[in-house]
Design a binder for this molecule. Structure first.
Ligand code: ADP
Length: 646
């Protein structure tokens, strides 16, 4: 086994890999960018090499810098995590020629699986069904012609694809030309390769994937499947194992299909083979199609770890060190059910705009009930800054329980509350509490098609907020009585709500949230609170964190200080309007200069935050009075960018 390993990644996956390295007595060295140099991963690592730069391209994607970091610190192996260099065959080859072990598959397997069309061809050779489509010569005319044959709806896909980029669903022949042009642009920008192919779009499908492990001694086995059907924009949001819709017969077929493809490409290390599973046919059986392979550790690997009791990172390291797998297929056992939620720094109510910034508090829940296990794979701790340069994943909440409904309950009562960051926690909670999720009625379009309804359900009921405030006031000393109007701010992970105490006695209070007034009765030293006749149960979970059971659901809140009054960036030029940064990020490009005349809606500049580009346009017609930033500048939310005069 290795004695020193370089972790060439960041965030939760770097922390996760370091945890196993430490457990195995291996010295972890972290390669970290400048913004990540004091991160949680860096604090856990034994040693950190700073990659001199900020963007992914100048740090985690810089092969020379990563290899130099490994050699300089005497590491025998590099764990690439996921993303960045994890699936890059050139990098795997470079590692081999430099005498450093790459914790992943051989370059040849990465090459064969790296192209989705090549992977489809291998699947076909193995007798595994693929989605009907067109993957012949790629020119716009051929795609337009073949689209008719493939049939509608269809989806364009990038051959070099990843992260859902280059995917456009086309529902009618008239839409194909525009979809192909947009998909090509997106794929070219993301992968430097705009080549496309077409697949029939499978409606109401489930995403089911098989975890495979292979060593260099010819041992190959699977660890069952994961279901990742809760997606947004073709990106996974919630994952679970086992899949609630896969029966023994389908499991046998999917796992056999995955193993066949793995064997055909000489796969080594941990890998995932992804399938779409359709609705049951007349015989009750569900059809399935191979879509792609992910030759690396997946974000969602913990759900498999939880149901198998195995440490996949440890097995990856053993395989990379040349050891035989310590178990055979018959030794793999499955128990219970595990679900993972991806907690992102983003605001679902503002079109999922990233919300980088400092994490001040992180309140995890009441802990697992007997027989359940709750794990939070965190990339950040209170006090850490979530940088705007990379993705928005804060961490992953994983629950394991004897059955699915207990796993859901464990997630709900342990939903992480972050303050003051806005996250998708309330959305996640609303999804797993939805009857469609409980009843296995979800599919890959479900979240997007129900987003509005789910967001409405993500709002805590006023009764729960009132109960939390009333109980807190009742438990505190009574000096507030008669003090006039009081207010309490409660943060639900997504939003801060203000509850006003209009008047009250210790036992009975008159409260208002916005325009709505309520009466609450909260006996001191009792968790039972009545709000307008509805009984709620309030539990203090720690200093300033409460959980409220109301109407059969549980809600968690943190009591927070009053939010600061909004700061309006003051224009320095009298009579001008300041265009300010809607979120923290980096100025990517500036399209105007002082003195330019602009029309309302004209593009002024672009801002990059968390891998997404935001376009800022002129709010009105006018003349540019001043431009206060230049490309490459880091700006905080609210920072003035351009001043627009009349
Ligand atoms: P990427 O590599 O960009 O993540 P995938 O091929 O893995 O792309 O597809 C991502 C997601 O898009 C899948 O999980 C699935 O939800 C959806 N998808 C892919 N192909 C199809 C298809 N032919 N029909 C319907 N949905 C699809």
């Amino acid at each position: 086994m290795f004695t020193r390993v370089l972790v060439a990644n960041r965030g939760e996956i770097a922390v996760r890999v370091i945890r196993t390295l430490r457990r195995l007595g291996i010295h972890p060295v972290l390669a970290a960018s400048i913004p990540d140099r004091h991160s949680l991963a860096a604090r856990h690592a034994g040693e950190t090499v700073v990659l001199d730069g900020y963007s992914s391209a100048e740090t985690y994607l810089d092969q020379d810098a990563v290899i130099a970091a490994a050699k300089h610190t005497g590491c025998e192996a590099i764990h690439p995590g996921y993303g960045f260099l994890a699936e890059n065959p050139d990098f795997a080859e470079r590692c081999a020629s430099e005498g450093v072990a790459f914790v992943g598959p051989p370059a040849e397997a990465l090459r064969r699986l790296g192209s989705k069309t090549a992977a489809r061809a291998i699947a076909v050779d193995c007798g595994v069904p693929v989605v009907p489509g067109y993957d012949g010569p790629d020119d716009d005319d051929a795609l337009a012609r073949e689209a008719e044959r493939v049939g509608f709806p269809l989806v364009t896909k990038a051959r070099a694809g990843g992260g859902g980029r280059g995917m456009r669903v086309v529902r009618a022949p008239g839409e194909i030309a525009e979809a192909v042009a947009a998909a090509r642009r997106e794929a070219a920008a993301a992968f430097g390769d705009g080549s496309l192919f077409l697949e029939r779009y499978i409606e109401r499908a489930r995403h089911v994937e098989v975890q495979v492990l292979a060593d260099t001694h010819g041992n190959l086995l699977h660890l069952g499947e994961r279901d990742c059907s809760i997606q947004r924009r073709h990106q996974k949001v919630i994952e679970e194992a086992p899949s609630p819709i896969v029966d023994e017969a389908l499991r046998a077929e999917l796992t056999a299909a995955a193993l066949k493809i793995a064997e055909a490409v000489g796969y080594v290390n941990a890998g995932t083979f992804e399938f779409l599973v359709g609705e049951p046919g007349q015989d009750g059986a569900r059809p399935y199609w191979f879509i792609e392979a992910n030759p690396r550790l997946q974000v969602e690997h913990p759900v498999t770890e939880e149901i198998t009791g195995l440490d996949i990172v440890e097995l990856q390291l053993r395989i990379a060190a040349g050891e035989p797998l310590p178990l055979r297929q018959g030794d793999v056992t499955f128990s219970g059910h595990a679900i993972e939620l991806r907690l992102n720094a983003e605001d679902p109510r503002s079109d999922f705009a990233p919300s980088a910034g400092r994490l001040r508090r992180l309140d995890l829940g009441s802990g697992p009930a007997p027989g359940t296990r709750v794990r939070f794979d965190a990339g950040f701790e209170p006090g850490d800054e979530i940088p705007a340069y990379y993705d928005s994943l804060i961490g992953k909440l994983i629950a394991h329980a004897p059955d699915r409904s207990q796993a859901i309950a464990a997630l709900v009562s342990n939903m992480p509350l972050t303050t003051p960051l806005v996250t998708n926690a309330a959305l996640l909670r609303a999804v797993i509490s939805h009857q469609d999720f409980a009843g296995d009625a979800i599919h890959i379009e479900w979240l997007e098609s129900r987003l509005k309804e789910v967001l409405d359900r993500a709002q805590p009921p006023l009764v729960a907020l009132a109960a939390a405030a009333a109980c807190t006031w009742a438990q505190r000393d009574a000096s507030w009585i008669g003090a006039g109007q009081l207010a309490m701010w409660l943060h639900d992970g997504a939003e801060t709500h203000c509850v006003h105490l209009c008047s009250g006695r210790a036992g009975a209070m008159h409260l208002a949230i916005g325009e709505v007034e309520m009466n609450a009765t909260a006996p001191a030293f009792s968790p039972a609170v009545w709000v307008d006749g509805q009984r709620c149960h309030v539990t203090a979970e720690g200093e300033d964190t409460l959980s409220v059971d109301a109407g059969g659901e549980t809600w968690r809140f943190t009591i927070v200080p009053p939010p600061p009054l909004p700061r309006h960036a003051r224009p320095t030029v009298p009579g001008s309007t300041a265009v300010t940064a809607p979120l923290s990020g980096t100025v990517a490009a500036v399209y105007v200069a002082e003195g330019d005349e602009v029309e309302a809606g004209q593009l002024l500049l672009t801002l990059e935050a968390m891998k997404m580009e935001h376009r800022l346009v002129a709010p009105a017609s006018g003349v540019i009075a001043s431009v206060t930033v230049a490309p490459g500048d880091q700006v905080a939310q609210g920072h003035p960018l351009v001043e627009l005069g009349e």
